[in-house]
Design a protein around this ligand. Structure first.
Ligand code: BDR
Ligand code: CA
Length: 309
């Protein structure tokens, strides 16, 4: 298990919340930089502040860019996460305020102040792309970059069917990030589906959990209902899986390094993560793609975050 400090770029979001709870239960979190994605930036910033209040964390929250770099997104994920991104529970306005420094600037500054920190990206990559355009040396100061994004075999979860939501929301930003980092760790949507958590087990953890578990039960009800309507069983917690990889790299049972590029055009394929499986283009591998994670180790991090272990 790592104990290095984390910087987390996130668009909370129900599964983001679980990942943030896991991180705070385990190690030092230097900052949350907030992306637009699941819902608009006003909501994602408010949700981050609400969550920090609920778990008693003083982690600073830096608002990021409210729109993708180039094109307006075609969809958000309000249907899954609720129109406020936190299951439309109706939490009161948080008392805490966000920082005034913008996310991209905070990423540049924090990476200089804490060289070697692990960066975990759980939303569209807009803030990180902006930071990279401001400071091309940024990757040299990041110990590891773990990204939740992509669908390496084209089984995405957006209207551009091969694209996964985080990459599809801002493909140009993803392109900048994938081109700039020598080797990022990629936890894609397909891995998230393969590592869905059994619902009964998850409910046992909620029942055994503390007020954090109760909070998660409330914000997660909308997305669980949505999944059930689509005939899916199991809790698909994409961001939580990425966080497990970040916190416990030894939990990864199988991974492979390959070149991955982002499709920026494509009538049907914009935002796809295109993997050169056989290195035909002779580009260096820039992504360590995670295939298998130890479910027990993943589960124990989740259970602990919910207060059940
Ligand atoms: C990703 O998209 C969002 O809806 C989730 O929070 C996760 O980061 C999964 O495709
Ligand atoms: Ca997310």
């Amino acid at each position: 298990m790592i104990r290095t400090p984390l910087i987390i770029d996130t668009d909370p979001g129900v599964d983001d919340a679980l990942a943030l709870m896991m991180a705070h239960a385990h190690t030092e979190v230097l900052a949350l930089t907030i992306a637009a994605g699941n819902v608009g930036l006003t909501h994602t910033v408010r949700n981050a502040l609400t969550l920090m209040e609920r778990i008693g964390a003083s982690t600073p929250v830096y608002p990021g860019c409210p729109v993708p770099l180039v094109r307006a997104p075609s969809e958000d994920a309000a249907l899954v996460h609720g129109t406020d991104g936190f299951g439309d529970v109706g939490f009161p306005e948080p008392a805490r305020r966000a920082e005034t420094e913008t996310a991209a600037l905070a990423l540049v500054r924090l990476s200089a102040e804490h060289p070697g920190a692990t960066l975990v990206a759980l939303g569209p990559l807009t803030n990180l792309a902006l930071a990279l355009r401001l400071d091309a040396d940024l990757p040299s100061r990041i110990g590891r970059l773990v990204v939740m994004g992509g669908a390496v075999n084209g089984h995405g979860n957006t209207l551009s069917t091969p694209a996964e939501f985080n990459i599809g929301f801002d493909p140009e930003a993803a392109h900048v990030v994938f081109e700039s980092f020598p080797l990022l760790e990629l936890v894609d949507w397909e891995a998230s589906v393969r590592h869905a958590i059994d619902e009964q087990t998850f409910d046992r953890w909620l029942d055994a959990g503390n007020e954090r578990g109760e909070f998660y039960r409330r914000i997660g009800a909308t997305s669980r209902a949505w999944n059930a309507r689509r005939g899916r069983s199991g809790i698909i917690a994409a961001d939580a899986l990425a966080m497990a990889v970040a916190l416990d790299p030894d939990a990864v049972l199988r991974s492979e390094c390959h070149p991955v590029a982002i499709e920026l055009e494509g009538g049907l394929t914009r935002g796809a993560t295109v993997v050169d499986w056989e290195a035909r283009l002779e580009h260096p591998a820039n992504a360590k793609i995670v295939f298998d994670v130890d479910m027990q180790r993943f589960g124990s991090l989740v259970a602990r975050a919910l207060g059940a272990a």
